[in-house]
Design a protein around this ligand. Structure first.
Ligand SMILES: [Zn+2]
Length: 89
């Protein structure tokens, strides 16, 4: 009689234990997947911004490092374009 109750109690205890463990584990796993998704999204956004950020900057504002005469790349410090010899502002 006592052993049957004990076995029942043990079975219920094991079932509850595994249920709780499973719930916690699946919840953790789902949260991990969500965090991974957020991280990949942030990484993609950062990559996108890194790729088009400098390009947008050079296009939006007239860059002194580009010759207005021939369009060649020059350093901002020089007074004359090394490509065409035109004076730079
Ligand atoms: Zn030039």
């Amino acid at each position: 009689m006592i052993s049957i109750v004990g076995v029942l109690f043990l079975v219920v205890f094991v079932l509850v234990f595994f249920g709780a463990f499973f719930t916690i584990f699946t919840g953790f796993w789902r949260m991990r997947g969500m965090a991974n998704k957020v991280f990949t999204l942030a990484e993609q956004e950062m990559d996108r911004k890194l790729k088009e950020g400098p390009a947008n900057g050079t296009e939006a504002t007239p860059d002194p490092a580009i010759c207005s005469h021939c369009g060649g790349r020059v350093t901002a410090q020089v007074a004359q374009c090394p490509n065409c010899g035109a004076g730079l502002p």
